[in-house]
Design a protein. Structure first.
Length: 58
């Protein structure tokens, strides 16, 4: 593998990290993780349904 392809792969990886970090920043700023937010409510309802489907341990 020559130097060019190593730089291409590194640039793609750095770009993905920056892209994902940017979206996480925007989502946190908009309040999706706070109570009443989209992601908070989604995981809250998921947790309730998962707990209902589990058998009781005795």
């Amino acid at each position: 593998m020559n130097e060019f392809w190593i730089k291409v792969i590194l640039n793609i990886m750095v770009g993905l990290v920056v892209f994902i970090g940017f979206w996480i920043f925007l989502i946190r700023r908009s309040g999706w993780f706070n109570e009443g937010g989209f992601i908070y409510e989604y995981f809250k309802t998921n947790k309730k349904t998962n707990n209902k489907n589990k058998p009781e341990k005795r």
